[in-house]
Design a protein around this ligand. Sequence first.
Ligand code: PEP
Length: 255
Amino acid sequence: MRKKIVAGNWKMNMEYTAGVSLFSEVINMVRDEVRGDQEVVVCPPSIFLHSLGVLAAQQQNVNIGGQNCHQKESGAYTGEISAAMIKSVAAEYVILGHSERRQYFGETNELLAEKTNVSLKAGLKPIFCIGETLEERNSGAHFDIISAQLAEGVFHLDAESFANVVLAYEPVWAIGTGVTASPEQAQEIHAFIRKQIEERYGDAVAANTTILYGGSCNPKNAPELFAQADIDGGLIGGASLKSRDFTDIVKVFNS
Ligand code: PEP
């Protein structure tokens, strides 16, 4: 059966000492809370990954991930970080296609397909983000947008590779805005995503794919969201910066 995951995306927040303290707190607070089919993932700024990786190694079912990687395996790309580098500091995951990367750094589905390939080759599991803008939702284009993001970003993979991909539905209008998709709105899209996976890869793969919800998720709204049939956890931005809020979201699985 598919994994339940709560993943924190710290974005470009915090400095080193505060980051190590926050992660240590999270590890301590979830110690007895994470069951075998559940996983907690923290994606800090890449410069903290090595230190957090050492801490994560002490706790089963707590892992770390990068927030991005370059699309090439290595080379003359000053300032960039490769998937293999992220993997080499004990990370298991990498977020790809976050809407901030799509919006501010011009990342396209085509580029993200390349990033997906290098990540999988390096042994990282992509947390591949998809989702529509408010304009796209209001014009009724959201299903087409999500179909295209899947088709162009990850559906070129064979079933064996796709099994290592986690999807995150993040409506852009809900990210960092305090506006959350209603459980019904989120479930509608998650069911649609699972159907698309089923059409591409079949029932078994669709049933085993973890699909996270992201967008102003917090300890108050997480219970209703995570209770939906096709929502397997969350990708958490703002609330992942507070150990209590983040771990309260993790605990939702067992409440
Ligand atoms: C995110 O950036 O992935 C996110 C979901 O942010 P927030 O929880 O702050 O809306």
